[in-house]
Design a protein around this ligand. Structure first.
Ligand SMILES: *Cc1c(COP(=O)(O)O)cnc(C)c1O
Length: 377
C-alpha cells in the first residue's frame, strides 16, 4: 500500500476523530462526561415514542416529509414557551443534532476565503466545522473569568470580518452565559461590514440557565443576522435521537435548504422528536433538580478549596490541578468518568443524579487525598 493511501485531504491526514472516551457502564458506572441528562424518559413517554415510531414504520418505503412541517410547528411552539416570542415555523430549521445544524450553517455561510470566529475556551467542534468547510478559523480569547471582553471582541470582529461568529451560551466547557448586551453588540459589529456575518448563539444548554439569565431568543426581533441554536440532546434527555434546531430569519433557513442533503431528517427521527415534544413538560421535568444539583456542586467544590467557574449549564468546570490527567484517572479507577477538557489544569463534571454526585464527591475527596500523600514534599 502506498504511503498516500487513502488519498485523504492533506489537512485531514493524521487527525484523530473527535469524541470523548466512551467506556461501558460495567467499566465505569458513574458517567458524568458528556453532559447528558441522567434521567431517561418515563415508561409512558417511551411507550408513546415507540407507538409514534411504529406508525411511521408502516410507510418507511416512502421518503419522509422533506420540510418536516409538523415538527417545525411543534419546535416553534416549544421555543415560544422557552424564551422566544412570535417564533414561526418559517423561522425554524432542524437537523440530526445541532452539530449538523451548525455544519450546515458553515456550509452555507462559510467556505474558502471566509472566516468563522469564536472566543476560546469554546466548543471544540467549531474548528472542525471550519476545517471541513474550508473556512478560516479564528479564535479570540475570553477573559480570566471566562466572560467576554466586549471591546476586544468587537474589535476582533471588525478586524477579521467573520461570516459566522459562533458563541456558545452557556459556554461549553466553562458554563458561562453571555449577557444580551454582548450578543447585541456582536450582532451590530457583524452587520457593520459587507456582506456582513451571522452571529450564532449556541444555546445547547439554554434550558439550564439560572433564573434571571435571558435567552438570546429574545433578541431575534432586533437582529436579522442572529441565529439561536438549540438541541434536544441535553435538557430534553433525547441525545440518542439526534435532533437539533435553530431559530432565525426565514431567509437564513432558506439558505440552509440549498446545502442540506435531501430528506436529511428521517421519518423515524421526526416521529420520535414530535412524540417527545408532546411530553416536553415531563422530559424537562428534571431540569430544576439538575440546576439545584449544579448550584450545590459549585458550592461544594469551592468548599474543597478548588477554583470553580460559575455555571448556567448542566456541568461544572473546576480546577486547577498540576496533573489533571492523574486526577481524571483516579476518578475513573473509582468508577467515575468525567471529562478532561477546558484550559490546562481544569476538569469538567456533568451534573448527574443526587446519588451519582455523592459518588463523585466521595471519589474526588479520596483521589485528592491520595495524590496529596503521593506528591513530593
Ligand atoms: C452538546 C452540545 C451541542 C449539542 O450537540 P447535538 O449535536 O445536538 O447533540 C451543541 N453545542 C454544544 C456547545 C454542546 O456542548
Amino acid at each position: 500500500m502506498s504511503a498516500s493511501f487513502p488519498p485523504l485531504r492533506e489537512e485531514l491526514q493524521g487527525i484523530e476523530p473527535y469524541g470523548a472516551p466512551q467506556m461501558s457502564l460495567e467499566q465505569v458506572p458513574v458517567q458524568l462526561n458528556v453532559n447528558e441528562n441522567p434521567y431517561g424518559p418515563s415508561p409512558v413517554a417511551a411507550a408513546d415514542i415507540a407507538r409514534a415510531v411504529g406508525e411511521a414504520a408502516v410507510s418507511l418505503n416512502r421518503y419522509p416529509d422533506r420540510e418536516f412541517v409538523a415538527l417545525r410547528e411543534a419546535l416553534a411552539g416549544y421555543l415560544n414557551t422557552s424564551g422566544g416570542c412570535d417564533i414561526t415555523p418559517a423561522m425554524v430549521w432542524a437537523a440530526n443534532g445541532s452539530n449538523e445544524v451548525m455544519l450546515q450553517l458553515l456550509q452555507a455561510f462559510g467556505g474558502p476565503g471566509r472566516v468563522a470566529l469564536s472566543f476560546a475556551p469554546t466548543y471544540s467542534m467549531y474548528p472542525e466545522y471550519a476545517r471541513d468547510t474550508m473556512t478560516e478559523w479564528v479564535a479570540g480569547h475570553r477573559a480570566e473569568d471566562f466572560s467576554l471582553d466586549l471591546d476586544a471582541a468587537r474589535q476582533l470582529v471588525e478586524e477579521r470580518r467573520p461570516s459566522v461568529v459562533l458563541l456558545p451560551s452557556p459556554n461549553n466547557p466553562t458554563g458561562t452565559a453571555l449577557p444580551p448586551e454582548a450578543v447585541s453588540m456582536l450582532c451590530e459589529a457583524a452587520a457593520s461590514y459587507e456582506p456582513g456575518g451571522l452571529v450564532v448563539v449556541d444555546e445547547a444548554y439554554g434550558e439550564f440557565r439560572r433564573a434571571g439569565t435571558p435567552s438570546a431568543l429574545e433578541l431575534l426581533p432586533r437582529h436579522r443576522n442572529l441565529v439561536v441554536t438549540r438541541t434536544m440532546s441535553k435538557a430534553f434527555a433525547l441525545a440518542g435521537a439526534r435532533l437539533g434546531y435553530l431559530a432565525a430569519d426565514p431567509a437564513i433557513c432558506d439558505a440552509i435548504r440549498v446545502v442540506r442533503l435531501p430528506y436529511h431528517l428521517s421519518a423515524v427521527t421526526q416521529a420520535t422528536a414530535l412524540a417527545a415534544l408532546r411530553h416536553a413538560p415531563e422530559l424537562l421535568g428534571k431540569v430544576d433538580d439538575l440546576r439545584a444539583e449544579r448550584d450545590a456542586t459549585v458550592v461544594w467544590l469551592r468548599e474543597q478549596g478548588l477554583v470553580v467557574a460559575d455555571s448556567d449549564a448542566n456541568f461544572v468546570l473546576f480546577g486547577r490541578f498540576a496533573d489533571r490527567h492523574a486526577l481524571w484517572q483516579g476518578l475513573v479507577d473509582r468508577g467515575v468518568l468525567i471529562r478532561e477538557t477546558g484550559p490546562d489544569g481544569w476538569l469538567r463534571v456533568s451534573v448527574g443524579t443526587a446519588d451519582e454526585m455523592a459518588v463523585f464527591r466521595h471519589a474526588l475527596v479520596e483521589t485528592m487525598e491520595t495524590q496529596q500523600m503521593e506528591a513530593p514534599a
